[in-house]
Design a protein around this ligand. Structure first.
Ligand SMILES: [Zn+2]
Ligand SMILES: [Zn+2]
Length: 381
């Protein structure tokens, strides 16, 4: 459904709030939405905090009181952030309608979403980071799918996607090894080699005496992590759909992670034994070839995340570490409201311009508010 600006003015601009946005009065809608947004955000963020709890419990050898309290606090912060975003956007949609006397193409969703999204800059750092990651990833995926012929070519070519993923993989793993940026990535890089050791005696940095054992251990560990992720995803999607068929359980993440770490470690160990290769190129080259694994598990969602993390890595590298750590605000605080507004506006007005992931994020955090507006517009046109 594409709502053009002209037909919008003709059919929709004179409508009242309770025809287009919500039933009942604006005040009642704002009050009821608080509970609906809180419920939908509680469901949406539950898997995130369970992963957070699992990760920290594994690191500390079990869940203690401190970890449980921190997880609960994180959950409250995430849900509060989601409710704030959705409420500010929905209330400003009503307020703008009242203030301007009618709806306009960009004041219906784009400007309210920009306004609501701007407050994300004030949220706690970890809440902000998670919201930014979800929206930027969804934006990149949407742009890859629908922006121009070049991105359409990319979306249809797995080989081209693999090449881009390989470059991103090299940048991210190098950045993590050199501590430029410490965001989540699927693989932990090998420890850097000791610069004090003379070049002719340099070998791998791992503690295992045998490289084969190191590679096999890596594959085993990441197969277990991949299996846990696949089972977790199966449980989350099955509980949402209330369908528990084992045919929905696939092991793609397991296979991909095993392949990724196997290739990365094998290439890195092999290169360590070749003295003629430049030291500074060995690790990026291993990260790059490890990215070949994408070819066997191509997912635009993963590619979008890789692009986002590669941009963040390069951007962190270019900032002086001390300065960027002190700065609470950055370029992403400006981009976030605009990206959020672009996604919400297009999700309602031209759904085919945004990715499926964008729709899931928008609907899951707003109790289908945007989808319901889209349905009302379709009925009224
Ligand atoms: Zn209203
Ligand atoms: Zn080795």
């Amino acid at each position: 459904m594409a709502v053009l600006s002209k037909s919008f003015q003709e059919w929709l601009s004179g409508r009242r709030c309770n025809e287009l946005l919500h039933p009942h009065t604006c005040r009642r809608a704002a009050f009821e939405n608080l509970f609906r947004f809180a419920w939908s955000n509680s469901k949406y963020y539950l898997p995130v905090v369970l992963l957070h709890l699992g990760k920290h419990s594994l690191r500390s050898g079990g869940a203690n009181r401190e970890i449980l309290l921190d997880t609960l606090w994180y959950y409250i912060q995430l849900v509060f952030g989601g409710v704030m975003d959705a409420s500010l956007i929905s209330i400003s949609m009503c307020s703008l309608r009242k203030f301007l006397g009618k709806f306009h193409f960009y004041t219906l969703l784009f400007i309210p979403a920009t306004f609501g999204g701007a407050f994300c800059a004030l949220f706690p750092k970890r809440v902000k980071h998670l919201q930014h990651t979800a929206i930027f990833q969804a934006l990149i995926e949407s742009l890859l799918l629908h922006l121009n012929p070049l991105s359409k070519l990319l979306a249809s070519s797995v080989s081209l996607q693999t090449v881009i993923f390989m470059v991103c993989s090299a940048v991210i793993l190098e950045g993590k090894q050199r501590k430029w940026y410490n965001g989540f990535w699927f693989l932990t890089p090998d420890a850097p080699t000791d610069p004090d050791v003379p070049p002719q005696r340099k070998s791998c940095s791992h503690s295992e005496l045998d490289c084969g054992l190191y590679i096999v251990r890596g594959i085993r560990n990441y197969l277990i992590i991949g299996l846990a992720l696949d089972v977790f995803r199966y449980l989350v999607s099955s509980s949402k759909l209330n369908q528990w068929s084992l045919s929905h359980l696939n092991f793609q993440s397991t296979a991909w992670l095993g392949c990724y770490v196997g290739l990365y470690r094998a290439v890195h160990c092999y290169l360590q034994s070749i003295p003629i290769v430049n030291e500074s190129l060995k690790h990026p080259f291993a990260g790059c070839l490890g990215g070949l694994s994408y070819f066997f598990y191509p997912k635009l969602t993963i590619l979008s995340y890789a692009l986002l993390e590669a941009i963040r890595t390069l951007s962190s590298k270019n900032h002086k570490t001390g300065e960027s750590k002190k700065n609470r605000f950055g370029w992403s605080d400006l981009l976030f409201p605009l990206s959020l507004a672009y996604l919400i506006h297009n999700y309602v007005m031209e759904e085919q311009r945004v990715s499926a992931l964008s729709g899931v994020i928008i609907d899951s955090t707003t109790a289908n508010y945007a989808r319901n507006i889209s349905k009302r517009i379709a009925r009224l046109q």
